[in-house]
Design a protein around this ligand. Structure first.
Ligand SMILES: *[C@@H]1O[C@H](CO)[C@@H](O)[C@H](O)[C@H]1NC(C)=O
Ligand SMILES: *[C@@H]1O[C@H](CO)[C@@H](O)[C@H](O)[C@H]1NC(C)=O
Ligand SMILES: *[C@@H]1O[C@H](CO)[C@@H](O)[C@H](O)[C@H]1NC(C)=O
Length: 502
């Protein structure tokens, strides 16, 4: 009676065994299956890659009225394009994030038409926005990169292909336009060529003008590095590490270079700029000043014996002889640590308010910051101290009156003593804060004041002493003279005194 139950259980394994035998004897069916799977995979892969290839090479990220910004996938670049004509006026190669990873069309600021944000995971975040326009027919965009890791160097390079660039920093072998210049990455701070020939010169502004009608302006509080690769690009960078800070700048787009300069200037300068037109006048003026001035023999001049005799006999200061001559005195903001002035302030314990000092973090005395100036170990006037500044100006005024000097020349206004020693500067002396503060104070000495550097001081009635040129036919000599004159004038410094070759 149990047989009907047991029979089906024995029959099922039988049937399974026979079908297995049949499949093994017909291998072409298995092969067909494999082929089907392979074809399926091939199709999927080709569809995916076709979709990837079909993606547009550029994508709009921010659109304004007159133009807009695009992301170019191949290079990892931001493009600025004029809208109706579709002309690309600016290419910014982005060096801080992997270029292959493109931002999606819809970012996390998509609800606001005037902004674009995207974060490259753990690298950096990009924020683009439209800015209020400084003038009609000019459109400005703000670009802000924020590092998301301390070791990310933010670096944006502005292409020179089909764009001539002007402005920025003066360099030893000055070029006009900037495209022919070459400089390694270094802080964007004014400097003295006799101290550092490969550094940036005495006149600079965080302003670049492109021949396609674009301007690039960097705010003064951004710690900035600049490098220039001849005929390729110039790059704006911020330092990585502990002091990692966002890289911020503004781009302004105008119909042409003249309009761009007129309106772009409003962004960084205190007065409207029309430098190019005034350059010629300033040149003539400063040249006639120079010839007038050089008639006064300097003490170092090697006088011929007969002239020396004549001079000796003329001792006694005949005022009539000196009438047409004008005297100039030269001062600087440095004092040697061996000078009685410094030793006295050291004894009185007021070094911190008189000279630039390092403030220790955990209390204690501040220590004067030492620098070298003309081969001597020196300290530098603290221009952010009211007391020190008025004391210094009073001394200068007294000297000027006592000697009856027409001109007062201030040397060594350039540079950042903190950055030279690789010490982070205090907030009020970031970048070219020193030059700016000193220039602002010197204006009170009258309209015959000559200063050796210019940074954010083009609106002040001061003469700029051009840095001495080499006496040869190179870009550091005579060939650099006109490029320098044009550079100074473009940045709004219309009154300057040419030296040596001039
Ligand atoms: C520069 O201009 C030329 C001629 O108009 C054009 O062929 C070339 O592609 C441009 N180069 C770049 C990098 O835009
Ligand atoms: C300059 O002087 C001011 C006022 O005395 C002081 O607060 C500041 O720390 C000084 N700056 C430097 C860099 O020494
Ligand atoms: C400079 O100042 C003097 C006296 O303060 C004045 O007589 C002269 O007109 C001024 N020169 C210019 C060009 O403003």
């Amino acid at each position: 009676r149990t047989m009907p139950v047991a029979r089906p259980t024995r029959q099922i394994p039988d049937a399974a065994w026979t079908t297995g035998i049949r499949e093994m004897t017909e291998p072409w069916k298995g092969a067909l299956g494999c082929l089907g799977v392979a074809v399926f995979f091939t199709m999927t892969i080709s569809i995916i890659s076709w979709q990837a290839l079909e993606q547009p090479p550029e994508e709009w990220v921010l659109r304004g009225q007159a133009g807009g910004m695009l992301w170019e996938r191949r290079r990892g670049a931001l493009l600025l394009r004029v809208l109706p004509a579709g002309r690309t006026v600016l290419v910014i190669t982005v060096g801080s994030v992997p270029a292959t990873e493109p931002p999606p069309p819809r970012d996390h600021c998509w609800h606001d038409g005037g902004q674009f944000c995207y974060a490259w995971e753990e690298d950096a975040e990009l924020h683009l926005s439209l800015e209020p326009s400084p003038a009609p027919a000019t459109e400005c965009y703000s670009v802000r990169w924020t590092p998301l890791r301390p070791d990310v160097t933010l670096k944006d390079c502005f292409s020179m292909a089909n764009v001539s660039w002007y402005g920025g920093a003066s360099i030893r072998a000055q070029r006009w336009p900037l495209n022919g210049a070459e400089s390694h990455t270094q802080p964007f701070v004014s400097g003295d060529f006799s101290k550092n020939p490969a550094g940036y010169g005495p006149v600079l502004e965080r302003y670049f003008l492109g021949s396609t009608g674009v301007t690039v302006t960097v705010p003064p509080d951004v710690p900035l590095f600049l490098s220039v690769e001849s005929e390729r690009h110039f790059c704006l960078e911020t330092p990585a590490g502990r002091a990692a800070e966002p890289l911020r700048y503004s781009l302004c787009l105008s119909s042409d270079i003249t309009a761009a300069h007129r309106h772009g200037c409003l962004v960084w300068s205190f007065t409207p700029c029309n430098g190019w037109h005034r350059a010629a006048g300033a040149w003539w003026f400063s040249h006639s000043y120079r010839t007038y001035f050089s008639t006064f023999p300097s003490p170092q001049e090697d006088l011929a014996p007969e002239r020396r005799e004549k001079q000796d006999s003329a001792r006694g200061w005949d005022p009539a002889l000196l009438e047409p001559l004008q005297l100039s005195i030269t001062l600087s903001s440095y004092t040697s640590i061996a000078s009685p002035l410094f030793l006295r302030s050291l004894r009185d314990g007021d070094t911190a308010s008189h000279w630039l000092s390092l403030q220790p973090r955990s209390g204690g005395c501040s220590v004067p910051l030492l620098t070298t100036w003309k081969g001597r170990l020196c300290v530098r006037l603290n221009v952010t101290s009211e007391a020190a500044l008025s004391w210094y100006l009073a001394r200068a005024r007294h000297l000027q009156q006592a000697l009856g000097a027409t001109y007062v020349v201030f040397e060594g206004a350039e540079g950042n003593a903190f950055l030279e020693q690789a010490v982070p500067p205090p907030a009020e002396l970031l970048g070219d804060g020193y030059t700016e503060a000193l220039a602002t104070a010197l204006v009170t000495l009258g309209n015959a004041t000559i200063i050796s550097a210019g940074a954010r001081s083009s609106h002040l009635p001061l003469f700029i002493q051009m840095s001495p040129l080499r006496s040869d036919w190179s870009h550091a000599g005579l060939k650099g003279l006109i490029p320098s004159v044009l550079h100074y004038s473009l940045l709004g410094y219309n009154f300057f005194i040419p030296d040596a070759v001039g």
